[in-house]
Design a protein around this ligand. Structure first.
Ligand SMILES: *[C@@H]1O[C@H](CO)[C@@H](O)[C@H](O)[C@H]1NC(C)=O
Length: 446
């Protein structure tokens, strides 16, 4: 490894792998290393023996769980929004050719002690128990307003400017009920807590539009999920980088980032030092350059079958809005199964997660665990969510953010774009969007 590289990337999480793919395409000489012997870092998908090694080192996987290789358990549960940025990056880079996706079968929300489906069609909306008749009419007016609103076209504004009007004033204008506000803000706009209410409404409008357009794209739910788990995503970008000459080294310990005159000049592993002019890494490779912004608890649960009250679907997202369980942060549950090749056919995976608010995080996820039915086994982790202190331009060491508690990849893509701009000085310009037909063909692997 004693060579000169343009960029050394440390950690094979999705953010790092997307960047190394993009930079490799542009002709940069990239060395990518990971201290683990598998791809994905914090966002890896593990088989049973890797899962047991991580959570219960020394203990063999329980025999009746089935075959090791049938499992690809995500450490971090996230889904892709069908119309979101990650899909754009995947099609722009052609990484779609290495992956196969499946629609997540349903999106659910917890309201007043019950689980209800987020309506996917007009028909479902009309029949949904989520709102009473009059509230449905008010909500319809609200959604019509959101859908026609264009910031650049004042004739669509009806006297309100969403760049300055706070979201709670908009809810008030349409006289929506508290439960409906919870539903819109948390199950559609996917806000984790309620601070958005006092911020300008445009942000929330964009999130609602993303959710609804993603939902409209495939029906059923707005989410896509790769077969064999999320770990396939970083690996897809790693393959792309390798095609353009990127070098990958797994199971490679990193001992030191080497600087000269305050700028990075290389990375040392044992007695070898690889030279470079820039470093990109996840927070675990530069603990002195990050600070903790929150803590998240995630419980990976193995179940015998689909969870109760979700129509027996093979995959789902269920959101418990914070107000519904007297919290400040939502509880998310992501469910996937053998139909996504992530566990054996007799099992089902549900991952419950939330941002920690108290000294007893295990108790905080109880309302989520209580909805799962019998739990066969449970693997709980508590992780720090870190962000870089500096933007990296001074020493040319660019540190990514930890994967946050959101249920999708939009914030990951924001970080990718932000890092790309700081690293190259240019905006990341994605290829013209494919037509919906072309994209559907591409996502279906044709
Ligand atoms: C990075 O931060 C420094 C100061 O900390 C600032 O001067 C510089 O403009 C920032 N650069 C970018 C690209 O944000």
């Amino acid at each position: 490894m004693d060579e000169q590289y343009d960029v050394i990337v440390m950690g094979t999480g999705l953010t790092e792998c997307i960047l190394s793919g993009l930079l490799s395409i542009e002709g940069k000489k990239v060395l990518h290393m990971d201290r683990n012997d598998y791809y994905g870092g914090e966002s890896a998908s593990l088989n049973l023996s890797q899962l047991f090694k991580k959570f219960r080192d020394g203990e063999a996987p329980t025999a009746n769980l089935g075959k090791d290789r049938d499992y690809n358990v995500d450490l971090i549960p996230k889904f892709m929004m069908a119309n979101g940025e990650l899909v754009k990056i995947l099609t722009h880079t052609d990484v779609t050719r290495y992956l196969e996706f499946k629609l997540v079968a349903g999106s659910y929300v917890y309201r007043e002690g019950k689980i209800a489906k987020v309506p996917a069609t007009e028909m479902e909306a009309v029949r949904s128990p989520l709102m009473g008749l009059f509230e449905k009419r008010r909500a319809k007016k609200f959604f019509e307003y959101v859908q026609t609103y264009r910031q650049e076209d004042p004739t669509t504004h009806q006297g309100m400017d969403m760049a300055i009007t706070p979201m709670d004033a908009v809810y008030k204008h349409f006289a929506l009920e508290a439960g409906t506000i919870d539903f819109i803000g948390h199950a559609l706009a996917l806000h984790l807590e309620d601070s958005y209410l006092s911020r300008p409404a445009l942000e929330t409008f964009e999130r609602i539009t993303l959710y609804m357009s993603s939902m409209a794209r495939w029906g059923k739910s707005p989410y896509l999920y790769p077969l064999y788990g999320l770990g396939e995503l970083p690996q897809g970008f790693a393959r792309l980088s390798a095609i353009y000459g990127g070098t990958y080294m797994l199971d490679k310990p990193v001992d030191e980032i080497v600087y000269e005159d305050g700028k990075v000049v290389g990375v040392r592993s044992g007695s070898e030092t690889a030279k470079c002019t820039q470093v990109i890494c996840d927070p675990s490779y530069a603990p002195d350059k990050v600070h903790k912004v929150a803590r998240v608890i995630r419980a990976i649960c193995l179940l015998r079958g689909p969870i109760p009250n979700t129509d027996g679907v093979d995959s789902f997202q269920l959101i418990i809005p914070q107000n519904q369980v007297q919290r400040q942060n939502d509880i998310y549950i992501a469910g996937v199964s053998a139909s996504h090749n992530v566990c054996d056919k007799d099992h089902y995976l549900a991952i419950v997660s939330t941002v920690i608010e108290t000294e007893n995080p295990q108790q905080e996820i109880e309302p989520g665990l209580a909805l799962l039915g019998p739990i066969v086994d449970k693997f709980v982790s508590i992780v720090d969510i870190c962000e870089p202190v500096h933007n990296g331009t001074k020493d040319q060491v660019f540190v990514s953010k930890s994967y946050d508690a959101t249920s999708h990849f939009e914030t990951v893509c924001d970080d990718v774009k932000d890092l790309y701009k700081r690293i190259t000085g240019n905006d990341l310009v994605l290829k013209q969007r494919l037509t919906q037909e072309e994209e559907q063909k591409e996502m279906a692997g044709q």
